[in-house]
Design a protein around this ligand. Structure first.
Ligand SMILES: *[C@@H]1O[C@H](CO)[C@@H](O)[C@H](O)[C@H]1NC(C)=O
Ligand SMILES: *[C@@H]1O[C@H](CO)[C@@H](O)[C@H](O)[C@H]1NC(C)=O
Ligand SMILES: *[C@@H]1O[C@H](CO)[C@@H](O)[C@H](O)[C@H]1NC(C)=O
Ligand SMILES: *[C@@H]1O[C@H](CO)[C@@H](O)[C@H](O)[C@H]1NC(C)=O
Ligand SMILES: *[C@@H]1O[C@H](CO)[C@@H](O)[C@H](O)[C@H]1NC(C)=O
Length: 675
């Protein structure tokens, strides 16, 4: 009988096919996808995404390289936090060298789960992913906590601010001593009547005279103990702000006058603070909290030696000190003068704030300044002043939206003490001269082999990052949202970084099989080491390795790889019922946890492969093949039951009295099977 034959097909093992295991055509990209104008010009909306069959909770931006150089392929990955009106599920995200997704996760909270400041940091010799999450409904800052994830993407620490304050989203910097620097915002009473009048009759003016004060703290990560705290309003005059008070200044709408947005600690134990609304960087004594100097803004101490190009930064972010030997080829520091300190400082100069463009240049820039100032300890000893090496480059006339206003500001703030000087070493400007009203970052990438390092600029409010050569030339220019979204907040990332990172998730790779049974989809959110996927088959749902045979191997391409099930396997009589996918690294080793769940193709797939084979290949197997298979199997099943019943009745007929199943009277039962 047929059934015996069918069973015998099934008994044949998938292992016989191992020898025939084919290696499907590898499609491994060697450059990013070509520039797509329609994606860039908003034809598909502000944030065109790619979705995946294997991971419906993540999506990948349609990363669009306007310019690409293989020099950007440096082994580092991109770290960003896409968020904004266009994103239903924002969160931290890692992209590979071509802008393809490696890891994304949406951390649900009641404020929409927007993450900020996603990066890799070292703590006690181990690398962690860190980012901020909390309540960011107050425009431009937040109250929440910082999270630390280990290499398997488990949250291992939630770091909070001390003294009952909440950590603000702008900065979380882990120091070599195992402490963390954090910014925070707090509403406190403060007289603001010099900025506006309040009408006691008006409902919205009741409870006047409040500011958003800014603080930073250094805390011990292990114990949570507070090591140092600094409060802006105790050291900086509130009237040095450039920010309009507008209708604010009340308890419900406190005046955001300082807006701290970066903090770092130098080897002397002092802190460098960036505050956007005062247009200045403040160097703070790490013992007393006193201000050592201020660079830029109304309380500026420095003389601008680059026309007005050094101190005309406005609404800036992400200020950092750099070692003097950071650019060994591009920059030679001046001869050391006793009693004076020369340093390099970088920042992202937004030159824009909340769609106000009157202060600063007509474009945002990454800025490298050289500053010289009297060394604190020796200042009193009366050493001779520094000499300045000639500027090697003449600066073009700055381009301002409101040049009168800006020239006036520059004359007013210019330092008068020649012992404090600032000059421009380099400006990094995107080819589109992007101007970002908020956020943004500037990262000096690791230096290799005596070469000057590359520079990565993230454009914050605008979904752009640009990677530069140290000389300012553009290597890679990337949009991860449409240009039509710029300055709107539809798609933004507070900062963009590059770091080395190895992620080893504890979860299995995710697999799905296409409806037409012709392709297997595989992805593994967060696994950075996968180089090759191997599709395996078995006749049994087995945990025994020897029951599994390789069917096809395919190099990983993009977040989700589509592995076509070879025609030969689909059409063979013993087409195996079970499939799985395993992950190999670039050395061909199996990765831990790198075995997917077992896909069961179902009884039909292996019992009736011959029918499948007869179908035209171009026709979708779902629409036709599957339906024919299902219909056939139902018919065969019914026939077998029918036949058994008929034989039973015939046998019963020979007995006296017949049986209870007689549904038809007559001489006999001549049914289909007898014809
Ligand atoms: C956007 O780009 C597409 C593809 O190049 C083009 O056909 C379309 O006209 C463009 N639309 C706009 C508004 O520029
Ligand atoms: C990460 O932390 C989780 C939870 O503590 C732990 O189970 C896991 O083993 C850690 N992963 C690594 C790679 O250490
Ligand atoms: C700021 O206030 C101080 C007094 O605290 C005053 O001396 C100074 O002139 C004010 N500056 C501006 C720009 O109004
Ligand atoms: C500049 O520094 C020199 C040497 O320390 C000192 O003699 C001089 O007074 C300083 N200039 C000003 C304006 O303070
Ligand atoms: C600032 O001071 C320096 C040194 O005196 C001078 O060269 C420069 O022109 C001044 N800039 C402005 C805008 O006044």
């Amino acid at each position: 009988m047929n059934i015996i034959l069918l069973l015998s097909w099934h008994l044949a093992t998938c292992l016989h096919r191992a020898a025939a295991a084919s290696s499907a055509k590898d499609i491994v990209p060697t450059s990013p996808a070509p520039y797509n104008e329609a994606v860039d010009n908003g034809t598909y909306g502000y944030y065109p995404i790619r979705t995946f069959a294997t991971a419906n909770d993540v999506a990948q931006p349609q990363t669009n390289f306007l310019q690409w150089s293989e020099k950007c392929d440096d082994g580092l990955l991109y770290f960003l936090t896409p968020r904004g009106w266009s994103l239903p599920k924002p969160g931290p995200m890692i992209l590979d060298k071509y802008g393809d997704l490696l890891w994304a996760h949406h951390y649900e909270n009641k404020y929409g789960g927007q993450a900020y400041d996603f990066k890799v940091q070292e703590y006690k010799g181990e690398r962690y992913l860190t980012f901020w999450l909390g309540d960011d409904r107050v425009r431009g800052h937040g109250s929440g906590s910082y999270y630390m994830l280990n290499s398997s993407y488990d949250i291992v620490r939630k770091v909070k601010a001390a003294n009952g304050l909440s950590a603000d989203l702008h900065e979380f910097l882990i120091t070599k001593e195992g402490t963390a620097l954090m910014t925070m915002y707090q509403v406190i009473p403060h007289d603001v009547t010099e900025f506006r009048e309040f009408d006691p009759e008006k409902e919205e003016d009741k409870d006047p005279n409040y500011i958003w004060d800014c603080l930073f703290q250094e805390i011990d990560i292990e114990t949570g103990d507070l090591i140092f705290e600094w409060r802006a309003s105790e050291h900086v005059p509130v009237n040095s702000t450039f920010h309009d008070i507008g209708p604010g200044g009340t308890k419900n709408d406190a005046f955001d006058w300082f807006h701290i947005n970066s903090i770092e600690k130098d080897e002397l134990g002092n802190y460098l603070v960036s505050a956007r609304y005062v247009h200045s960087l403040t160097y703070v004594n790490g013992k007393t909290g006193e201000i050592i100097w201020t660079l830029g803004g109304n309380t500026n101490d420095f003389m601008d030696l680059s026309g007005e190009f050094a101190l005309n930064f406005a609404w800036q972010h992400d200020a950092r000190f750099l070692p003097l030997d950071t650019f060994p080829n591009m920059y030679t520091p001046p001869d050391r003068k006793p009693g004076f300190t020369t340093r390099l400082v970088t920042m992202f100069d937004n030159a824009a704030e909340d769609q106000h463009y009157q202060y600063g240049l007509t474009y945002s820039r990454g800025l490298v300044l050289e500053i010289t100032y009297p060394t604190q300890e020796t200042f009193a000893k009366g050493a001779s002043g520094p000499t300045y090496n000639d500027l090697t480059r003449r600066f073009e006339e700055p381009e301002y939206t409101d040049s009168v206003l800006n020239h006036r500001k520059m004359v007013e703030i210019n330092g008068t003490d020649p012992n404090y000087t600032a000059r421009v070493i380099k400006s990094f400007v995107s080819p589109d001269r992007v101007r970002s009203s908020s956020q943004g970052s500037m990262q000096i990438l690791p230096q290799t082999g005596g070469k000057d390092p590359k520079v990565l600029i993230g454009y914050g409010l605008n979904a752009v990052w640009t990677e530069f050569e140290a000389d300012g030339s553009v290597l890679c220019d990337v949009h991860f949202g449409a240009t039509t979204s710029w300055e709107r907040g539809d798609i933004q990332s507070y900062r963009v970084y590059k770091f080395p990172w190895i992620g080893r998730p504890k979860s299995k790779p995710d697999v799905e099989i296409s409806d037409d049974d012709a392709e297997v989809f595989v992805s593994w959110n967060g696994a950075t080491e996968v180089a090759t996927w191997i599709l395996q088959c078995s006749q049994r749902k087995s945990k025994v390795e020897t029951d599994w045979a390789d069917v096809v191997s395919l190099r990983k391409s993009g977040f989700e790889t589509i592995i076509p099930i070879p025609e030969s396997m689909l059409s063979e009589p013993d087409s195996p019922r079970y499939l799985r996918v395993i992950a190999l690294d670039s050395a061909g080793r199996r990765l831990d946890h790198g075995i997917s769940r077992v896909i069961d193709r179902g009884l039909m797939a292996s019992y009736f492969p011959l029918l499948d084979q007869k179908l035209p290949h171009q026709v979708s197997r779902m629409s036709l093949g599957r339906m024919v298979l299902i219909a056939t199997s139902i018919l065969v099943g019914m026939f077998l039951l029918y036949e058994a019943y008929r034989r039973y009745l015939s046998w019963k007929l020979g007995k006296v009295g017949g049986g209870p199943f007689r549904w038809k009277t007559g001489a006999g039962y001549r049914l289909l099977g007898d014809m």
